[in-house]
Design a protein around this ligand. Structure first.
Ligand SMILES: [Zn+2]
Length: 198
């Protein structure tokens, strides 16, 4: 352990001391990640902690490894694969253009779930086309009927989920396995679509 010459940023009086500890941080998904034997600086007087750059990099690397973070280069590969620019991609995926821009530049970490999602789209390009073309709209019209969406409002509809013709009568087990009418609710203001099977 050694003292650092600069004064504490918080109290302005004490000095930082090098401490090596297991560092724990909370991840956005509610998990806790531990980085063992991390060098931190702690003020001897007030307890204020600061993390030196090398330790910050270790934390970043640990988070990336834990979350399988999609690298910025892979985001750019995604754009190249589908021959789209950031604006088109953001529009197709229903997300903010600024966020996609920061992902492609590497100034913002791709969230864990979106990293999985983009990987799936690159592995299965037909899914990207399905999303881009909003093909669920047609499927939902077939499932029931066209539903007018009021901006800022809600719509609800009951519908029966259709199954391929089985070519015979359904057994009791098949009947039991058939979903009951579901309620779909769309909040146009928030852009959320949720479905619950009753
Ligand atoms: Zn201090």
């Amino acid at each position: 352990m050694s003292n650092h010459p600069e004064n504490c940023f918080a109290c302005g009086d004490g000095y930082y001391q090098e401490v090596i500890e297991d560092y724990r941080l909370d991840l956005p998904e509610g998990e806790t990640l531990s980085v063992p034997n991390l060098l931190i600086l702690r003020c001897k007087k007030c307890g204020e902690e600061t993390i030196p750059p090398e330790s910050s990099r270790r934390i970043e690397t640990a988070v990336d490894q834990h979350q399988d973070t999609l690298p910025a280069a892979a985001v750019r590969s995604f754009l190249e694969q589908f021959q789209i620019d950031q604006t088109e991609a953001a529009e197709a995926l229903g997300m903010g253009g600024k966020t996609l821009h920061r992902w492609a530049r590497g100034t913002q970490r791709v969230s864990r779930s979106m990293g999985y999602f983009l990987r799936a789209l690159m592995a299965h390009p037909v899914v990207y086309e399905w999303i881009r073309d909003r093909r669920w709209r047609r499927a939902e019209q077939i499932a029931n009927h066209t539903i007018a969406v009021q901006l800022g409002g809600f719509w609800e509809a009951s519908y029966q989920v259709r199954f391929p013709a089985s070519g015979g009568r359904m057994s009791g087990a098949q009947m039991a396995a058939t979903p009951k009418p579901a309620i779909r609710r769309f909040n146009a203001a928030r852009g959320l679509l949720t479905a619950t099977v009753q």
